[in-house]
Ligand binder design. Structure first.
Ligand code: ADP
Ligand code: UVW
Ligand code: MG
Length: 397
C-alpha cells in the first residue's frame, strides 16, 4: 500500500485526506474549520466512516496540523502503520510559471508567495499550510499541485484580455483558469466511462461546487475555461458574482462610495446565489425556490441561464460536443440545476432523460436519452485522489 497525505489549506480551514493511492481510497478525511477564530471546529473520519468531532480554539495552521496528528494518533488509522510517502498540497494560483506538479523547495515557496499578488485570497493560506505541514512531516517530500496547471494549454486567443497590452503584461493580467485538477480528473473519468480514447473527445465539463467553472476540453487538453485571472470570473457561484460588466465596479466606487475592499467583499462573499436568493448552499436555494420564494427562483434561473450560455459558447469553440459533464457538489447532486441548465438545448441535439437525471448514484452515469447526439454525464470528481496521484508521479520521478 502506498499512502499520500493530501492537504487543502484555506485561509480559515484545513482539509486533509490520507489516501491509499493504488486502491484510490481515503483511509481518513478531516476538516479543521474557523482557524484563527475564538471557536474552532474539527472533524476527523477514519476509513470505516467513524467520525470524531471537537470544538476548540485553533489559533493558526500549526495548531490545525497538531489537531490532525492527535486525531490520527487517538482515533486512527495510525500514521506509523500507514506512513505517507509524500504530502500533496493544493495550490490555487501557479501563474504562467507552474504547469506541472512541483516538488516544494525554498525557491518554489518564494514563487508561491510572490504569486499571492494574483490570488490574495488563496495563495497565502496555501503557503501557510505548506509551512505547517513541512514542520509536521519533515522527512517526506512535499509537492504542490496547482489549480491553474491544466489550463496552461489554453491558446493565447482564449487567455488574453482585450486591454492595453503593456499594462496587461506588466501586471500579468490574463486568464489563468482554476479547478484544473478537477477538470483534468473528470475529463479522463468521462473518457473511461464512455470507453473512448480521450484524444478523440470534445467535452464541456461543468464543475459546480461552492466555486464553479466550465471548461472546454479538446483531446484531453483545456482550450477554454470560465474563470479568469482570479476565481471570480465566469459562472454564478455560492457567494461570487461571476461575470459582470467591469464598469459596475467603477459605478459602485464612484456612486455608492464603496472602497476597494468593500467591492472585493461584495463580489466574492456577498454575491452569487447568496446575494440574489439569500442562500449560498444550493440545497437551501432549491428548497426555497420550490416553496415559492420568488427571489430564490430568480437566483436559480440566473445560475442556470449562465451555465447554458457557457455550454453554447464552448460548443461553438469546440465545433462539436461529445459530452457535457456535470461534476462537484451541485453538478453531482442537484438534478433541478441540471434540468434547468440543459433545458432548451434539444434543437442542438442535447436531450435529457428525466428519469435518469432524477436517479442518485455516486458513480459516473449517463443522464441523456439514447437519441441525444451529445451525451450528458454526471461524473463524480475526486480532486484529492488526483492530487495524490500527481504527487506520487513526481516523487517516483
Ligand atoms: N443533494 C444536493 N442537492 C443540491 N446541492 C447539493 C447537494 N449536495 C451538495 N450540494 C451542493 O454542493 C455545493 C458544495 O459543493 P462542493 O463541491 O462540495 O464544494 P467545494 O467547492 O467547497 O468543494 C453546495 O452548494 C451544496 O449545497
Ligand atoms: C479556485 C476556487 O474557486 O476554488 P473553490 O471552488 O475551492 O473555492
Ligand atoms: Mg470540492
Amino acid at each position: 500500500m502506498t499512502t499520500v497525505l493530501v492537504v487543502n489549506s484555506g485561509s480559515s480551514s484545513l482539509k486533509y485526506q490520507l489516501l491509499d493511492v493504488e486502491a484510490g481510497e481515503a483511509l481518513a478525511t478531516g476538516l479543521v474549520e474557523r482557524i484563527g477564530q475564538p471557536e474552532g471546529r474539527a472533524t476527523h473520519t477514519d476509513g470505516s466512516g467513524a467520525e470524531v468531532r471537537d470544538e476548540l480554539a485553533i489559533p493558526d495552521h500549526d495548531a490545525a496540523f497538531a489537531w490532525m496528528l492527535r486525531a490520527f494518533a487517538d482515533h486512527g488509522p495510525s500514521l506509523e502503520a500507514h506512513p505517507p510517502v509524500a504530502v500533496g498540497h493544493r495550490v490555487v494560483q501557479g501563474g504562467a510559471r507552474f504547469f506541472e506538479p512541483t516538488v516544494i523547495t525554498e525557491l518554489v515557496k518564494i514563487n508561491i508567495d510572490e504569486l499571492s499578488v494574483l490570488a490574495p485570497l488563496h495563495n497565502p493560506a496555501n503557503l501557510a499550510g505548506i509551512v505547517s505541514a513541512e514542520r509536521a512531516f519533515p522527512d517526506v517530500p512535499h509537492v504542490a499541485v496547482f489549480d491553474t496547471a491544466f489550463h496552461q494549454t489554453m491558446p493565447p486567443a482564449a487567455y488574453t484580455y482585450a486591454i492595453d497590452r503593456e499594462v496587461a503584461e506588466r501586471h500579468r493580467v490574463r486568464r489563468y483558469g482554476f479547478h484544473g485538477t478537477s477538470h483534468r480528473y473528470v475529463s479522463r473519468a468521462a473518457a473511461a466511462y464512455l470507453e473512448r480514447p480521450i484524444e478523440e473527445l470534445k467535452l464541456v465539463v461543468l464543475h459546480l461546487g461552492n466555486g464553479a467553472s466550465a471548461c472546454a476540453v479538446d483531446g484531453g487538453r483545456s482550450v477554454e475555461t470560465s474563470m479568469g485571472m482570479t476565481p471570480l470570473e465566469g459562472l454564478v457561484m455560492g457567494t461570487r458574482s461571476g461575470d459582470l460588466d467591469p464598469a459596475v465596479l467603477l459605478h459602485l466606487q464612484r456612486r455608492a462610495r464603496l472602497d476597494t475592499d468593500d467591492v472585493d467583499d461584495l463580489l466574492n462573499k456577498r454575491s452569487g446565489i447568496l446575494g440574489l436568493g439569500g442562500h449560498h448552499d444550493m440545497r437551501d436555494l432549491v428548497a426555497a425556490a420550490e416553496s415559492g420564494d420568488a427571489r430564490a427562483e430568480l437566483a436559480l434561473e440566473v445560475y442556470c441561464h449562465r451555465i447554458r450560455s457557457y455550454v453554447g459558447a464552448y460548443a461553438a469553440q469546440l465545433g462539436r460536443v461529445d459530452a457535457i459533464v456535470f461534476t462537484a457538489g451541485v453538478g453531482e447532486n442537484a438534478a433541478e440545476v441540471r434540468r434547468r441548465s440543459i433545458a432548451g438545448l434539444e434543437g442542438f441535439g442535447v436531450e435529457l432523460d428525466a428519469t435518469r437525471n432524477a436517479e442518485r448514484s455516486g458513480k459516473a452515469r449517463r443522464i441523456s436519452t439514447e437519441a441525444s447526439r451529445t451525451q450528458v454525464l454526471v461524473v463524480p470528481t475526486n480532486e484529492e485522489l488526483e492530487i495524490a496521484r500527481q504527487t506520487l508521479e513526481v516523487v517516483a520521478g
